[in-house]
Design a protein around this ligand. Structure first.
Ligand SMILES: C[S@@+](CC[C@H](N)C(=O)[O-])C[C@H]1O[C@@H](n2cnc3c(N)ncnc32)[C@H](O)[C@@H]1O
Length: 255
């Protein structure tokens, strides 16, 4: 297999997160939404990692990769942003391989059935063709492999963005740090249909809850997130031997 940290020639740095990696790493190390909400929920859903080959797609500055390695996994990460990849490499031990790759491109550097467990934490809502990306993850997973996904809760997106809950569309917002945040918003049934279309079965759905310590360190976020949903996570099993060839078979509606 080609080394997972070998960069393809000519890959351009074209990510909204470029220029924000150091700030993201500092913020997400301690923030309510990452340190006290997403990571505890997702790490719990991942289960036993000892000796597992784990792929972290959209790994950012490597906060999850460090946790995966500390739990005994052979961790491999990739991110669209060259800045995130650089920061992850600086922060992590050199035996954790990190490369630049876009989830919208095939994972040609990973053979079929070479990964035990895949993680997409807070990234799937940025992906243009989510079913195609998930089919690639399906391809590289072992037959007993699993995929854990966390994303913004559709109800939270609806509360923030307004309009009809049922209308799927791309949302654009400018964050105060200067990052142009463009993400895909859709109802829960559409997320589930995409997972099924890519060949996965939903084993578990978890609506995040604040973890221990959030109330003490981030009382305002704790008050909000104890009352209303923020993120949602899914544990998916690769049950189909091949991803279904066409989305219509699973009832996925294309827009
Ligand atoms: C909110 S951050 C999450 C980082 C990390 N998963 C975590 O939870 O700490 C989103 C990350 O997804 C990456 N990303 C966005 N679109 C991507 C794509 N199409 N392919 C790969 N990575 C992508 C961004 O560069 C950024 O690092």
């Amino acid at each position: 297999m080609p080394a997972a940290d070998q960069e393809p020639q000519g890959l351009q740095a074209i990510s909204a997160y470029d220029g924000h990696a150091d700030a993201f790493a500092a913020e997400a190390s301690v923030s309510p939404y990452n340190a006290f909400y997403d990571r505890p929920t997702v790490l719990n859903l991942l289960g036993d990692l000892n000796g597992r080959r784990v792929l972290d797609a959209g790994c950012g500055p490597g906060l999850y990769l460090a946790e995966l390695a500390a739990r005994g996994a052979e961790a491999i990460g990739f991110d669209q942003s060259a800045d995130m990849v650089r920061t992850a490499r600086q922060r992590l031990s050199p035996d954790i391989r990190v490369r630049q790759h876009d989830l919208d491109q095939p994972l040609i550097w990973l053979p079929d059935q070479s990964i035990d467990l895949a993680l997409l934490a807070l990234v799937i809502h940025y992906v243009r063709d989510r079913v195609a990306a998930l089919r690639e993850v399906h391809r590289v997973l072992t037959p007993a492999g699993h995929l854990v996904i966390s994303t913004s809760h559709p109800t939270a997106d609806w509360l923030a963005d307004g309009g009809s809950y049922f209308t799927a569309h791309r949302v654009e917002e400018q964050w105060s740090c200067g990052l142009l945040h463009r993400y895909w918003r859709q109802p829960l049934q559409d997320w589930c249909a995409e997972f099924t279309a890519a060949g996965f079965t939903i084993e578990q759905i978890v609506e995040h809850q604040p973890a221990n310590g959030m109330e003490l360190h981030h009382p305002a976020a704790y008050a909000t997130l104890s009352r209303e949903p923020g993120f949602i996570a899914f544990r998916l099993a690769k049950t189909a031997s091949r991803a279904p060839a066409d989305a219509e078979r699973t009832g996925l509606r294309h827009r």
